[in-house]
Design a binder for this molecule. Structure first.
Ligand SMILES: [Zn+2]
Length: 114
């Protein structure tokens, strides 16, 4: 059923790195602007500009960009409106936290082995 979980985790890790890198790049390029805050149009929280992306006119914070990019990468949806609609209910949040929890467990297991 979940036989390709390992592949999904790889996708999540790669995406996490890329999204984190966007934030780092923004901070390097324009530190003054990077730490300005705005209200994210998905999570509604006050977030720093660094790492935010505009999708079809919606400005998403770096955390939400990660959710969006993971969703795109895993082909959960192919446009941001689907994301915004689907994320209104909590199924996706549950799905993602499950993926992230699995990754955390895996990381912990790895560090135990070392
Ligand atoms: Zn957000």
């Amino acid at each position: 059923m979940m036989d390709n979980n390992q592949d999904k985790l790889e996708v999540v890790k790669t995406t996490q790195k890329a999204v984190e890198q966007m934030k780092i790049d923004d901070i390097e390029e324009a530190p003054d602007q990077a730490y300005a805050t705005f209200q994210c149009q998905y999570c509604g929280q006050e977030k720093i500009v660094a790492g935010s992306i505009v999708y079809d006119g919606f400005v998403l914070c770096n955390d939400c960009v990660l959710l969006a990019e993971v969703g795109f990468a895993l082909k959960k949806f192919d446009n941001i409106n689907t994301l915004l609609d689907s994320m209104e209910d909590k199924r996706f949040e549950t799905l993602y936290s499950r993926i992230f929890d699995q990754e955390k467990e895996e990381n912990e297991n790895n560090s135990n082995n070392n």
